[in-house]
Write a protein that binds this ligand. Structure first.
Ligand code: MN
Length: 427
């Protein structure tokens, strides 16, 4: 379905008085504190978060999957769903494809369709963690790290194929996440597995177009439960450093052991100019699929504090990372979940923009820990929702994205269009 601009305007009109009062109050306070509010609004509007093509259907666990109905059946319908999200929140102007779940048959037509929704293609993602129906060799014991060269060659070729698909769509990055590893002590030679992975990645790197990046994701466990070949940011960075200047690390929030100081990892990678991408989600224990900001909003703010510092400090040589949501679970409507996710990301980003960096640095130089905490928490505790809403409205989006989504009964319309028993490709 396409969003009717008149419905959006009418919905915004209803919320206008409340919004205006909140925005005027916040803008006046921030102006008194020396902030340039129009510049803040421009920055918020510029932050675009890619939506992965596999997050538009209901996710599942290994125990079950409960479809909510109206899920997109084709790549075209997935693009329509992201287009709808972007029309509502003006913050999801990119889509990230997962190959082979979403192979574009006619790249030019798919690209034109995305453009009609004001969408671009972000990083493309390879998949060597599943066997495909017609696959000659199984990835059961690994892909890029496999002990047998023939298996590695198959996985390398798949990644090269993904790059070619991405080129047709105007994508500029390949994200590699490997499930390779071992479930039992002794199963794998750590050093050989790393060396083979490096060699395989070097072959993929050679096939990268000049203006492309390869983003190397890490994860400490799952589906392998004893070791993963690329277990942490250090391993990812080691590979990226050995590969060359087009290779970067990718941080997925859920891919850390409990209580890891992710903001410090972000700071270090940006210092080295090697943070290429970011996957947003949240987790309470060891999962990686809960809605970003739903469990640890303060941690999300602290991470954005480092990201903003890295992006705004002229001494930092790090490209703007590719931002993507990477979460999919089985309780909420996936489109509502994505609206909440983009909102949470923009809120944390805005709060981080409010940190007074000069005062923070002065407090640090004076070893004034209490003052440093006050500065950070003053920014974190500022209610920036009306700023985010104002930026969205100026871009033509809804003041209240979830409110509009429910007011328009979007899910009911999608079920009518597509049926109740549709299942989207993906996990
Ligand atoms: Mn991820």
């Amino acid at each position: 379905m396409k969003l009717d601009a008149q419905h959006l305007q009418a919905h915004n009109q209803q919320a206008a008085a409340d919004h205006r009062a909140a925005f005027d109050y916040t803008a006046a306070r921030l102006t008194r504190h020396g902030h340039d509010v129009p510049r803040l609004l421009d920055k918020i509007a510029a932050l675009q978060i890619a939506i992965p093509s596999w997050a538009l259907g209901t996710g599942g666990t290994r125990f079950g999957r409960f479809s909510g109905g109206g899920e997109p059946r084709t790549l075209e319908e997935k693009i329509a769903d992201v287009g709808l999200l972007h029309a509502i929140n003006r913050g999801s102007g990119a889509i990230s494809l997962h190959i082979p779940w979403d192979i574009p048959q006619d790249a030019a037509a798919i690209r034109a369709l995305a453009q009609s929704y004001d969408l671009v293609f972000d990083a493309v993602n390879s998949n060597t963690f599943q066997d495909q129906p017609d696959q000659a060799l199984s990835y059961k014991f690994g892909s890029l790290s496999h002990s047998d060269k023939a298996y590695r060659r198959l996985a390398v070729q798949h990644n090269i194929d993904v790059i070619r698909h991405g080129e047709g769509l105007g994508s500029r990055a390949l994200t590699v996440w490997l499930s390779d590893g071992s479930c039992f002590p002794g199963q794998q030679n750590f050093r050989k597995a790393f060396q083979r992975t490096l060699e395989s990645l070097q072959e993929i790197y050679t096939a990268l177009p000049a203006d492309w990046k390869v983003l190397i994701e890490y994860k400490p466990y799952e589906p392998n439960f004893y070791s993963t070949v690329i277990q942490d940011w250090g391993t990812s960075h080691l590979l990226a450093a050995k590969l060359g200047k087009k290779a970067y690390s990718l941080v997925d929030l859920g891919h850390h052991l409990p209580n890891t100081n992710i903001e410090q990892i972000v700071a270090t990678l940006m210092m080295e100019g090697k943070l290429g991408g970011f996957h947003f989600n949240d987790s309470k224990y060891g999962d990686d699929d809960l809605t970003v900001g739903s469990i640890r909003p303060y941690q999300l703010f602290l991470i954005f504090n480092e990201l903003v510092y890295g992006m705004e400090d002229p001494a930092t040589i790090n490209p703007t990372p590719a931002w993507m949501i990477d979460a999919s679970h089985n309780v909420k409507d996936p489109l509502e979940d994505l609206l909440q996710s983009v909102e949470a990301i923009r809120i944390a980003y805005t709060q981080a923009l409010l940190v007074n960096r000069e005062e923070l640095e002065a407090a640090r130089e004076n070893n004034d820990a209490a003052r440093a905490q006050e500065i950070l928490q003053d920014a974190f505790r500022t209610d920036v929702r009306s700023l985010v809403a104002e930026a969205r409205q100026r871009q033509g989006g809804a003041l209240n994205p979830i409110g509009l989504f429910r007011h328009l009964n979007v899910r009911r319309q999608l079920v009518q269009e597509r049926g109740l028993k549709t299942i989207s490709t993906g996990l």
